[in-house]
Design a protein around this ligand. Structure first.
Ligand code: IPD
Ligand code: CA
Ligand code: CA
Length: 266
């Protein structure tokens, strides 16, 4: 295994230990304070600090892009970190959230870890070496028809400017797929596409740390990832479509009539 991937796994497990410990006190903390988000940011920050400490201990010269603390350093090696993806689920004790860590080398995704601490599901990938779930090789599903596909998505919930566009997409795909799911952790949703638990995924306006690791997992599992035109801007725009090769193409086709200039210009 690539030593940088080993370090990323160690970092993800340290973050997960912090998250798991905090999840046991959720009830008490919810009763004690109304400021759920403050509490959660405490967990977010502690998990993120543990990840960064682990990574920089091994690679002091590497750069960091992390959700809570932003950018630090400048290097050909940049770690992209979401210490807790699925915060809303976490606050509610809804067991669907993850730790997401990716390494980009000269801007190209190279290593990926998405870890689900509630199920102990560890998804990993190294560029050119395939994707794995708990040591077993994973591939995207063999589904070729959208009508038989289970599709993941994320609802708009902070920024509602694309609401109408999103609902039109949703309405169309509700009728053209076998079912839609909104599990609540984009990083884990993408890992599920890589593992064949979902056949496709789309969402508007995600952040780099939500998707970096998940995208490499899908590519290494034989799937495709793109923006709404099928191009490469998804990491920057956060407008993302993913799936098995055939389902990806059909998703793009169904989404095309709903696209607005704001979603395709970057
Ligand atoms: C969120 C989750 C969610 C997605 C949101 C993200 P957070 O990340 O990935 O599934 O729909 O757009 O912001 O805030 O829980 O780290
Ligand atoms: Ca996130
Ligand atoms: Ca987060």
């Amino acid at each position: 295994m690539h030593p940088m991937l080993t370090t990323a796994i160690k970092a993800a497990r340290r973050a997960a230990a912090i998250i798991n410990r905090a999840s046991l006190d959720l009830d008490q903390l919810t009763v004690l304070t109304k400021q759920h988000n403050d509490f959660v940011s405490e967990v977010d920050r502690a998990a993120e600090a543990a990840i960064i400490e682990t990574l920089l201990e091994a690679y002091p010269d590497h750069a960091i892009l992390a959700e809570e603390s932003g950018r630090q350093g400048s290097s050909d090696f940049q770690w992209i970190i979401d210490p807790l993806d699925g915060t809303t689920n976490f606050i509610h004790g809804f067991p669907q959230y993850s730790v997401s860590i990716a390494l980009a080398v000269k801007g190209q995704l190279d290593q990926a870890v998405v870890y689900d601490p509630t199920r102990n599901d560890l998804f990993i990938a190294s560029r050119g070496k395939g994707a794995y779930l708990n040591d077993r090789r994973i591939r995207v599903s063999k589904r070729i028809r959208l009508s038989e596909s289970l599709i993941g998505t994320g609802f708009p919930y902070r920024d509602f400017k694309h609401m109408d566009t999103y609902l039109a997409m949703f309405r169309d795909l509700l009728q053209k797929s076998a079912g839609l799911r909104r599990p609540g952790s984009a990083a884990l949703d993408l890992a599920y596409v890589a593992a064949g638990r979902l056949d496709g995924f789309w969402e508007i306006g995600l952040s780099k740390w939500d998707i970096a690791a998940g995208c490499l997992l899908i590519q290494e599992a034989g799937g495709l990832v793109g923006d709404f035109k099928g191009d490469d801007s998804y990491i920057e725009s956060g407008n993302i479509v993913a799936g098995t090769p055939k389902v990806f193409a059909q998703l793009l086709q169904v989404l095309a009539p709903h696209l607005t200039p704001a979603l395709t210009e970057i």
